[in-house]
Design a protein around this ligand. Structure first.
Ligand SMILES: [Zn+2]
Length: 118
């Protein structure tokens, strides 16, 4: 797409959307950076470690729905990370931090869409 056609096309959008269309690499890098910071903020608010074993590397921590239903909740929100993080902030009593191992074990024990191992 030539720049003139792209400018005509992007003129229909908000300044943020135009920036995203003109500079996708910069826009995506900014979004990733923002999402990463937001995730760390939420992890910090939930205690920074797995509530079962104390594992504390944020790369392998999951925000877990205490009473299940996380998959359904994610399906119902469109802008996933923004709304999801806001929901966690507004209702921290519904969520807990688990490491990936304990999250997976919980899913198996609760038959949440994974094969049950004997
Ligand atoms: Zn754990």
């Amino acid at each position: 797409m030539t720049q003139a056609i792209q400018d005509q096309f992007t003129g229909l959008y908000s300044p943020q959307r135009r920036f995203a269309l003109r500079h996708p690499e910069k826009y995506n890098a900014t979004r990733r950076n923002w999402s990463h910071k937001r995730r760390l903020e939420i992890i910090s608010k939930l205690g920074n470690k797995c509530i079962i074993c104390g594992f504390d590397d944020p790369r392998a921590l999951c925000i877990d729905h205490i009473n299940g239903g996380g998959r359904e909740e994610l399906r119902n929100i469109s802008n996933t990370s923004t709304r999801y993080y806001r929901m966690v902030e507004e209702h921290p009593e519904r969520y807990q931090l688990l490491c990936h191992n304990h999250n997976w074990i919980k899913k198996c024990e609760n038959h949440e869409g994974v094969k049950v191992w004997d």
